[in-house]
Design a binder for this molecule. Structure first.
Ligand SMILES: Cc1cc2nc3c(=O)[nH]c(=O)nc-3n(C[C@H](O)[C@H](O)[C@H](O)COP(=O)(O)O)c2cc1C
Length: 316
């Protein structure tokens, strides 16, 4: 999620679940190919399985960017056909591509030829005045024929004019039924549903209804422990015990030390940890201590330990 997630966030989430597939925020193909911004591909070996999400619509550039991503070690290359922001529309990226499935198919073919890892697509159910029931089957059949093996569908339209990106994540109504109908139409395509999923109960119910996967954005960011600690057992059928947020904090301490030793700032890591105890005793003190203290010069792991002590005290 652009401006929210980064490699520090993925490191934390991977401590909470060994099995969930993590995605990078969207990285544009022009930034990689024309801008040479290869640092955008930086990630750690602990993050796997991890997918690189690309934005773009030039097939050669996307193929090249996909190759850079695969060479950097990503397990999957994902094409963004869901982002509605103006900045992105102007470069013909994101949700506006729902209007041109033939172009998306050409991009997927080119990326498919460039890499051996899976090439996947994140999309909406349609944009503007499109009829999702008509355009989505056409879109899916084109990308599947071009070699896309898995698709993540944000189950609402994007309005390209008149709604902000934030409004486009809440205002257009969700249509889970349509996504379920797509699974019936395309039994061989791995279909994940996305949009508004806020608990593992909801995720389990959607999987039980026949969908192949569930993608969770905001809830995983704001309540990572609720969404991830039990995911390996409940979603992937692995043995317990579930991970704990306290355990994740302990495991983050050496990571934080290494980040600071490399010249980084505490807040760059702890901003992703603010929601770790959401809904649990001590959550407010945890959040307050970290958000007030982590930007101060010289702040280090002892601040995180002090915040954790408050949580432990509140729980006792
Ligand atoms: C701050 C923010 C940034 C986002 N950036 C991306 C992005 O880079 N790529 C993408 O596919 N979706 C992005 N999204 C959309 C989410 O992936 C997801 O589709 C949307 O939030 C709906 O799912 P949710 O209700 O589980 O959050 C972003 C969402 C937010 C809140």
């Amino acid at each position: 999620m652009m401006d929210w997630t980064d490699r520090h966030c993925r490191y934390l989430h991977r401590l909470l679940s060994r099995r969930v597939l993590l995605y990078t925020e969207m990285v544009t193909a022009p930034a990689l190919v024309r801008g040479g911004a290869l640092h955008l591909l930086d990630h750690g070996p602990e993050e796997h399985p991890v997918a690189l999400q690309l934005g773009g619509s030039d097939q050669k550039e996307l193929a090249y960017a996909a190759r850079l991503g695969a060479e950097a070690g990503y397990d999957e290359i994902n094409l963004n056909c869901g982002c509605p922001s103006d900045r992105v529309q102007s470069g013909t990226f994101g949700a506006v591509l729902m209007k041109d499935p033939a172009l998306v198919a050409r991009c997927i073919s080119a990326m498919r030829e460039a890499v051996d890892v899976d090439v996947t697509v994140k999309c909406r159910i349609g944009v503007d005045d499109q009829d999702p029931g008509e355009v989505l089957p056409e879109f899916l059949s084109r990308i599947a024929a071009a070699g896309c093996t898995r698709v993540q569908i944000h189950a609402r339209k994007a309005w390209l004019q008149g709604l902000s990106p934030k409004e486009n994540r809440d205002i257009p109504p969700l249509d889970y039924d349509l996504v379920r109908r797509m699974k019936a139409l395309f039994p061989d395509l791995h279909i994940s549903i996305n949009g508004g999923i806020a608990s593992l109960d909801e995720a389990e119910a959607l999987l039980a209804s026949g969908l192949d996967g569930v993608m969770v954005g905001r809830a995983a960011y704001h309540q990572p422990a609720d969404m991830l600690c039990a995911a390996d057992r409940r979603i992937f059928g692995g043995p317990g015990p579930d991970t704990t947020p306290e355990g994740a904090v302990a495991a983050m301490l050496p990571y934080i030390e290494a980040h600071l030793a490399g010249g980084g700032r505490l807040n760059q890591v702890t901003r992703h940890m603010l929601g770790l105890f959401a809904g649990r005793p001590g959550a407010r003190a945890w959040r307050r201590i970290l958000s007030e203290g982590a930007t101060r010069p010289g702040a280090g792991p002892e601040l995180v330990e002090a915040a954790l002590a408050q949580v432990v005290r509140a729980a006792a």
